[in-house]
Ligand binder design. Structure first.
Ligand SMILES: [Zn+2]
Length: 83
């Protein structure tokens, strides 16, 4: 990967294009809906307060997070929104 391989946009860049809506918050968690209008998809992102952990229901998160410890664009968007 270098400057000549711009085809795959990083999760950080994609996060800026996503719309975030906070669904609810309680003592244990904060739930968000994250919308990707370009792809027409929505995902559920949860922040688990006690563990200080984020989860998402997308494929990236379920297949790649354990190996890479990198968050998907949906989680990054929700983090940006809540900071
Ligand atoms: Zn995700």
């Amino acid at each position: 990967m270098g400057p000549d391989t711009p085809k795959e946009i990083s999760p950080e860049e994609r996060a800026k294009r996503l719309k975030v809506k906070k669904d609810y918050e309680n003592e244990r968690r904060i739930a968000f809906t994250v919308m990707d209008e370009e792809k027409g998809t929505t995902h559920s992102v949860i922040y688990h307060k006690e563990k200080d952990e984020w989860t998402c229901d997308c494929m990236w998160f379920s297949t790649r997070y354990d190996k890479t410890k990198r968050y998907c664009a949906h989680i990054l968007a929700a983090k940006r929104w809540s900071e």
